[in-house]
Every structure is written in C-alpha cells, then in structure tokens.
Design a binder for this molecule. Structure first.
Ligand SMILES: CC(C)(COP(=O)(O)OP(=O)(O)OC[C@H]1O[C@@H](n2cnc3c(N)ncnc32)[C@H](O)[C@@H]1OP(=O)(O)O)[C@@H](O)C(=O)NCCC(=O)NCCS
Length: 196
C-alpha cells in the first residue's frame, strides 16, 4: 500500500515537472501576443488560457492582473479599457469599450460577466444594425466583487467595495460598499450592515 502511494505521488510530480516548462512557454507567448496587439501589460500578468483581444490599442492591464481562459477584451479605435492592479477577470467574461471602461484594483469579476459601455441606436423606422452606436462610460471602483454571470450596462458607475450578486443586471450607479442583487440590480444592504 505504501509502495502504491509512493508510486502515485511520484507519477504526479513527474506530470507537473513535464507540464510546467510547456505552460511557462505558453504563458510567455500569450503575453507577447498581447503586447504585439498593442495591449499595455503590467508586471506578472497571469493568463489562465487563451485570451482574445480585438484592437489592443488603449487596453491597459495593471500589475498582477489575472485573466481566465476565454476572456474577450474588445475595444473600438475610439475606446479605452483599463484594468487595475491585482484584479481578476473570470473565464468567458466579455468586456467591450467603445468609449471608456475602467475597472479598479483588487476587483474580482467572476466568470461569464459582460461589461459594456455601448448600446445600439434603436430609433424606430430604421434597421437597428444600421444605426450608430451610443456609448456611455462605465467605471468600476476598487475592491469590487461582481458575481458570476452579471451584466454591467452602459453609463454605470460602481463604487469601491461593492458586491454584485450572481446573475445581476446593473443598470444604475451603485454607491460604495453596497450589496446589490437581481435584474435590475437592487440594493439589499451595505456591507457595513449585518446580513439578516
Ligand atoms: C450577493 C450575495 C453575496 C449576497 O449574499 P448574502 O448577503 O448572504 O444575501 P442573502 O443570501 O441573505 O440574500 C438576501 C436577499 O437577496 C436575495 N439574493 C441574494 N443573492 C441574489 C442574487 N444573486 N440574485 C437575486 N437575488 C438574490 C435573496 O433571495 C434574499 O432575498 P429575500 O430577502 O427577499 O429573501 C450572494 O447571494 C451572491 O449572489 N453571491 C455571488 C456568488 C458568485 O457569483 N460566486 C462566484 C465566485 S467568484
């Protein structure tokens, strides 16, 4: 039994040893690809898989940013996207900046979130797809936790220390330290108050 567990331990360590040079090379290549696309990358950027960036100019990722696999960062030539230091963006999240999307430091954006500063024009009598885009900047403070599968819509400012519940749709500004949930997101309490 002892022999078996030693063997299992040994094969696990061997796997890690073989895999790590490849994943380190893959990480370095992915970082370099982002730089080549024009993204400004801070120190120790961690990429947990393939990241898609459409038009990298005006995308700035701070130090120790961590991006999950499948994250898509899209900026129009007119748009600016900034992610602060030490912020995590979960797998398959999509962030689109036509004008300006600012995400602060130490934030946790859970997987599958959509953050966008842009709407299609929806005047009647004309195809929506032919109408000009209408943008309003989005600003997310520091130390914000956005739960899984949320949407943050154009024009929204989220204060420092906010918690956004899973699957919420944030349509209005959220004051600092608030906990908001639902679609549209409503305030349930402040973090300074105890949960009931
Ligand atoms: C927002 C959250 C932190 C609130 O937790 P909490 O303070 O313990 O809140 P409670 O569970 O006491 O819920 C308070 C009320 O909000 C409602 N509520 C909580 N989360 C909700 C959500 N995501 N959507 C809609 N309503 C929600 C509850 O039903 C309850 O309503 P009621 O008072 O009418 O019964 C938690 O519910 C949540 O959504 N966590 C996100 C989990 C996640 O995405 N994890 C990913 C890991 S990165």
């Amino acid at each position: 039994m002892n022999c078996l567990s030693t063997f299992i331990k040994f094969t696990r360590q061997l796997k890690v040893f073989i895999r790590s040079p490849f994943s380190t090379i893959a990480l370095l290549v992915r970082r370099q690809v982002l730089r080549l696309k024009g993204v400004t990358v801070g120190r120790k950027l961690c990429l947990e898989g393939r990241i898609d960036v459409a038009v990298g100019r005006n995308v700035r990722l701070g130090d120790y940013v961590r991006l999950g696999g499948g994250v898509y960062l899209g900026t129009w030539p007119t748009g600016k996207l900034v992610v602060g230091d030490n912020t995590y963006i979960g797998r398959w999240s999509i962030i689109l900046a036509h004008e300006s999307v600012m995400i602060g430091s130490d934030c946790l954006i859970a997987p599958g979130c959509h953050i966008t500063d842009v709407n299609h024009g929806i005047a009647p009598g004309e195809l929506i797809r032919n109408q000009p885009l209408v943008s309003k900047p989005v600003c997310i403070g520091n130390d914000v936790w956005v739960g899984v599968g949320c949407s943050i819509l154009p024009g929204v400012t989220i204060g420092d220390g906010v918690v956004v519940g899973a699957r919420s749709v944030v349509t209005n500004d959220v004051p600092a330290n608030a906990v908001v949930v639902g679609a549209p997101a409503r305030l349930i309490r402040y973090r300074t108050e105890k949960a009931q």
